[in-house]
Each structure stands twice: as structure tokens, then as C-alpha cells.
Design a protein around this ligand. Structure first.
Ligand SMILES: NC(=O)C1=CN([C@@H]2O[C@H](COP(=O)(O)OP(=O)(O)OC[C@H]3O[C@@H](n4cnc5c(N)ncnc54)[C@H](OP(=O)(O)O)[C@@H]3O)[C@@H](O)[C@H]2O)[C@@H](O)CC1
Ligand SMILES: Nc1ncnc2c1ncn2[C@@H]1O[C@H](COP(=O)(O)OP(=O)(O)O)[C@@H](O)[C@H]1O
Ligand SMILES: [K+]
Length: 543
């Protein structure tokens, strides 16, 4: 029996559009559009800022527009005044969307060809485009999204997006030109990766899922090919497998309370290698994070010969030169915070890559690997079982590693993280808004053989905020990861937990008024400690 508390939120799947299409096809006999429009109307009723004002409903030329027509019909039935704007050609609508439009007209509704300029709205419903959009918004839609945005600001009213905000790519979180920024998004059947990374969180606002009567687990059958749709091998090869929206339940099994009979030797030796001249602060931040997040002993090796011999804030840290650190027995090592890229950095990194310990590579360690094919080969050759590698690039570092530009990384962050994981046989956290995690084939229950040759398991972290966009945050993350590794966490859960914990700590600080403006990396360290202890407490058996 599982004695763990259910208080930690559970795993929630993120489905790519191709899989949602399969799911839709497998449930074609069910009135999905009617349910989507009905669910939208129910939330719309609650969201109206002023019940005396009408609701503006924008209906597009596809099935997202069909959802909008159903929503408008239901709102009218509830005696709510609606203004529907649509230029959809009825002859080109799907059968469902055509029926939804006709039902709206049959019920006495009227369709306007443009957004009225003078009407103050209580709510704007965005049913222009959903998962079918794959290009910049064309006329008149780009003008409509701009007008709707301006009128929502003018009227202080919310914007409810149906399925996804129009113009947001549901798979990648990339915004096409003319995309609409919603305050709320009701997404259908299942949650979608694009709502949680890159531009997604800014455009989607608060996300709710309407499952439309389709069991949350039905995607598993759809992923392996729906009975209603013969899945070709070529299709499968390009099908992004489902991912997860990261939550503490994903790593709860490793949130173990310490035994009473504990001693520091049980909690591991964490090492940080970095701190070149002018950048010793980065290594100290990482060291302090490793110490405070529970490593039994923390060693910081600095390349700067003038580096301090003691950290006055945390004299518990053991400071030494880089070469001395590499000769110290360690349970886990992070290389990169303030490392620099000179010959000494390169030499020490090459030595570190030969150590049979879990190794976190960040910052200049990643830049050196990107620069030198020999180091890259050394990374890829490491044994993911005995000596796992964890990479924590931000988008610019990922671009250097994949020899492309940052925009290409941001255009498809999931693909970038998965490609890095496969190329370097490593666990990867591609940082930024909606950090994407990917794991090497065959690791931690990961499927060894995905048809596209890329690792299967990926996740998006929803915690964190723009207050974290400040120097030193990455160093703190490296320190948290190495602390968990030193305490015996497997690499995949360690990386996921560290990323989620660090973001959640920053969120707690912002909620308490510390930031987002002026939040410092150092402040996230004790906040992460409090949260980690709280999470460990929440997994204790009940009673
Ligand atoms: N999946 C499900 O399970 C369920 C799905 N449901 C709903 O269906 C939605 C998906 O519907 P969908 O496939 O019809 O696509 P949608 O997003 O309405 O847009 C396609 C239309 O837009 C057009 N178009 C595209 N880009 C354009 C542009 N830039 N500028 C101008 N036009 C552009 C495109 O034209 P085309 O590219 O063919 O020329 C086509 O006409 C989904 O998000 C959800 O809301 C629910 O009802 C229930 C369950
Ligand atoms: N807008 C944001 N939303 C969520 N997390 C963010 C955001 N900006 C930065 N972060 C997080 O803060 C950390 C910044 O790391 P990094 O860019 O390496 O900083 P540095 O190199 O300055 O230490 C990463 O964990 C990243 O995911
Ligand atoms: K929409």
C-alpha cells in the first residue's frame, strides 16, 4: 500500500497536437465540440468583469470557430448578450463547425463582419484559431487580435482563449505574428506543451483543462495508434511523444526524510569547480546552494589563485584550488560556475570529464564543450549509468552546443532539449521560461527506442518567474542539483527536482513581496531549503 500523502500535486500529461488529433479521431462519435463550447460558456459566465456588458466572441474559420459558436449559443441561452464576429465561409467549415454556426443563427444570433468600436465588453472570447494554426495571422485576423487586445485594456475585461490563445503554436510555445495575449485559457482534451514554455505562459494566462468526457488516460491508447486510424511508421517517427508538466509528485519517491541515525558521510561530498579571476562569486553561490540544500560536505575549487581561502558567510564551505578539488573524493561534481574558458579551465574540465561521478556541466563548461569537439566526444562517451552527465544550458549555451542561433532553440525548445540529450547522452535542463527537461535514452525508465532516435521522456517545469532573470541564478541551480546528487538522488529526478524547487522557491519569494524586481540569486537558496524540507515533510506517512 502506498503510505505517502496525496498532498503533493500529481503528474499531468502534455500532449502534442498530432496526438490530440488521434485522440479526437478515436472519439469522433462523441460530441466533443458541443462539450468544448459548453465548458467555455460556463467559465465565460464566471469570468465576466461586468454582467451588464455584452461578451465579444471572435469565431475563426476552423473548428476553434465552431467551439466559439457553441459557446456563444450557450451564453445567449443563459440570457447573456453576445456579439459574434466571424468571416468564416460556411461552405468551407467542417460539418461540426457548420452545424454550430447554423444552430447559433437558428437560435436568433447574428454575426458581425467586424468588431464594433464603441461597445464596452464584459469579456472577450477568442475562438479564432486553435491547434490548426501554423503561420502568421493573416487579414483580417491580425487586425482583430490587435483590436481585441486594445479593447480589453480599454474596458478592463478578461480575454478567454479557447484551446490555445490564437497565434500560439500549441506544440512549441512559439508566438506567430499577430498572436493574442489572453488572461485565461480553457484548453480541450488535455494540456499542451506550448501553453507552458517560451511565449506560452505570457499568452495563455491562467490555464484550465476541459477533458470533454475523454479519460485522461486515453492518450496512451492514442499514442500507440488509435483503432480508428491506421498509424504509419513514418507518422510515428515524427510524433512527439507525450511529456509531463513537472510537479513534486514526479520526484516524490526521492523526497526521503533523513534517518535519525544519520551522519555527514551519508549525505555525500559535493564539489563545485569554477571561480576564475573576477568570477569567484559564481562558484561561491553554487557552493552555498549545495551546502544549504543538504550536501554532507561541500568543496569549492576556484581557478583564481587569488580566490579567498574561506567564505565568511558560510565558513562550512571547504575552499581549495581547482586541481586540489579534482583530487578530492567526491560524490558529485558541478563544473562551470565562473569557470572561464582559458587553458586551465579547459584542462580541468577534461580531467573532470574523466571522473566516474555524476557531473553537472553549466555555463563556461558548456561553452568549452561547444567549442572543442574533443571535449564534446568525451561528454558523449561518459557512462550514463555509473557517471551520468547533466547539462543545464540557457538558450544561448544550447545554441552554441547545437551550432545554431538562439532563435532556432527558442522556436522549438522541446526538440532542442531532446536533441541535446540524445547527442550528449545526458540529462538536460534547457533553462528559461518553462524549462524543458529531457533524459538520455534508456535512463530512469526512459524508453530506449523512440522511432525518431530521440529520447522519449521530456517534461516542462511550470515553476519560476521573471525575477529569476538575473545573474547568478544558474549558479544556484547548479549547486542545488549537485547537492541532491551528492545525497544519492538518481540524475533524472535530481535535475527535475532541483529545477522545480528552485523555481518554486523564487515563486514563494515573489508571493511574499521579494521581487520579481530585484530578486537576488542568493535569496533563493534559503527559500529552496525551506521548501525542500516542507516537501519532505509532506511525503511522510499519514498518522
Ligand atoms: N482536437 C480536438 O480534439 C478537438 C478540437 N476542437 C477544436 O478544434 C480546433 C482545431 O480545429 P482546426 O483543425 O479546424 O484548426 P483551427 O485552429 O480552428 O484553425 C484552422 C483553420 O484556420 C485556417 N488558418 C490557419 N492559419 C491561418 C492563418 N494564419 N490565417 C488565416 N487562416 C488560417 C485554416 O485554413 P487553411 O490553413 O486550411 O487554409 C483552417 O480553416 C482545436 O484547437 C479546438 O478548438 C474541439 O472542437 C473539440 C476537440
Ligand atoms: N522568465 C523566467 N521564468 C522562469 N525561470 C526563469 C526565467 N528567467 C530565468 N529563469 C531561471 O533562472 C535561471 C537562470 O539561469 P542562467 O541563465 O544560467 O543565469 P546565470 O548564468 O546568470 O546564473 C534558470 O534556472 C532559468 O530557468
Ligand atoms: K483560440
Amino acid at each position: 500500500m502506498d503510505t505517502r500523502s496525496p498532498r503533493l500535486p500529481g503528474t499531468s500529461p502534455l500532449l502534442p497536437a498530432a496526438l490530440l488529433r488521434r485522440l479526437e479521431a478515436a472519439h469522433a462519435a462523441q460530441p466533443l465540440m458541443a462539450r468544448a463550447g459548453e465548458a467555455a460558456a460556463r467559465w465565460a459566465e464566471q469570468l465576466r468583469s461586468d454582467s451588464a456588458r455584452p461578451v465579444l466572441v471572435l469565431a475563426g474559420p476552423g473548428n476553434n470557430g465552431g467551439d466559439a459558436f457553441v459557446c456563444a449559443t450557450r451564453l445567449r441561452e443563459a440570457d447573456i448578450d453576445v456579439v459574434v464576429v466571424s468571416r468564416a465561409d460556411p461552405a468551407r467549415l467542417s460539418a461540426d463547425a457548420h452545424a454550430a454556426r447554423q444552430a447559433f443563427l437558428d437560435g436568433g444570433g447574428a454575426i458581425a463582419a467586424d468588431i464594433p468600436v464603441a461597445t464596452p465588453w464584459g469579456l472577450i472570447v477568442d475562438g479564432l484559431f486553435g491547434i490548426g494554426l501554423a503561420r502568421d495571422l493573416a487579414a483580417p485576423y491580425a487586425a482583430w487580435t490587435a483590436t481585441a487586445q486594445a479593447q480589453a485594456r480599454r474596458d478592463h475585461c478578461p480575454i478567454l482563449a479557447l484551446d490555445v490563445p490564437s497565434g500560439l503554436d500549441a506544440d512549441t510555445g512559439r508566438a506567430w505574428a499577430g498572436a493574442l495575449q489572453a488572461t485565461h485559457t480553457l484548453t480541450f482534451l488535455a494540456d499542451k506543451p506550448g501553453l507552458h514554455t517560451a511565449d506560452g505562459p505570457d499568452l495563455a494566462g491562467a490555464v484550465r483543462i476541459a477533458e470533454l468526457g475523454v479519460a485522461a488516460t486515453a492518450w496512451a491508447a492514442a499514442a500507440s495508434g488509435s483503432p480508428n486510424r491506421a498509424a504509419s511508421t513514418a507518422d510515428d517517427a515524427h510524433l512527439l511523444p507525450p511529456g509531463r508538466l513537472l510537479a513534486p509528485a514526479d520526484f516524490a519517491p526521492w523526497l526521503k526524510p533523513r534517518p535519525k541515525n544519520s551522519h555527514k558521510g551519508r549525505n555525500g561530498e559535493a564539489g563545485i569547480l569554477g571561480g576564475a579571476p573576477g568570477m569567484t562569486g559564481a562558484a561561491l553561490l553554487a557552493g552555498r546552494a549545495a551546502l544549504v540544500l543538504g550536501a554532507g560536505r561541500t568543496f569549492v575549487g576556484c581557478l583564481d589563485p587569488q580566490a579567498p581561502a574561506v567564505d565568511i558567510v558560510h565558513p562550512e564551505l571547504m575552499l581549495r584550488r581547482g586541481e586540489a578539488l579534482l583530487a578530492t573524493p567526491l560524490s558529485a561534481l558541478a563544473v562551470g560556475p565562473g569557470l572561464g574558458q582559458d587553458d586551465a579551465a579547459r584542462r580541468d574540465l577534461a580531467t573532470a570529464l574523466g571522473l566516474a561521478v555524476p557531473l553537472v556541466l553549466d555555463a563556461d563548461a558548456l561553452n568549452l564543450v561547444a567549442r572543442e569537439p574533443q571535449l564534446a566526444a568525451q561528454v558523449a562517451a561518459r557512462n550514463p549509468g555509473r557517471a551520468p552527465t547533466l547539462l543545464t544550458p540557457h538558450p544561448a549555451e544550447a545554441a552554441r552546443l547545437l551550432a545554431c542561433d538562439t532563435a532556432a532553440i527558442q522556436a522549438d525548445r522541446i526538440a532542442a532539449a531532446r536533441t541535446l540529450a540524445a547527442r550528449f547522452n545526458a540529462h538536460v535542463a534547457l533553462k528559461g521560461c518553462g524549462t524543458v527537461l529531457a533524459h538520455p535514452p534508456g535512463s530512469d525508465g526512459n524508453d530506449p527506442a523512440n522511432p525518431d532516435g530521440l529520447p522519449t521522456a521530456w517534461a516542462i517545469n511550470p515553476s519560476g518567474n521573471p525575477g529569476m532573470s538575473t545573474a547568478g541564478m544558474g549558479d544556484v541551480l547548479s549547486g542545488i542539483v549537485v547537492a541532491l546528487l551528492a545525497q544519492g538522488w538518481p540524475p533524472g529526478p535530481a535535475l527535475e527536482a532541483a529545477v522545480h524547487l528552485h523555481g518554486a522557491a523564487a515563486d514563494a519569494l515573489v508571493a511574499a513581496g521579494t521581487g520579481p524586481v530585484g530578486l537576488t540569486a542568493g535569496e533563493t537558496i534559503p527559500a529552496a531549503r525551506s521548501l525542500l524540507n516542507r516537501w519532505v515533510g509532506a511525503t511522510l506517512p499519514l498518522g
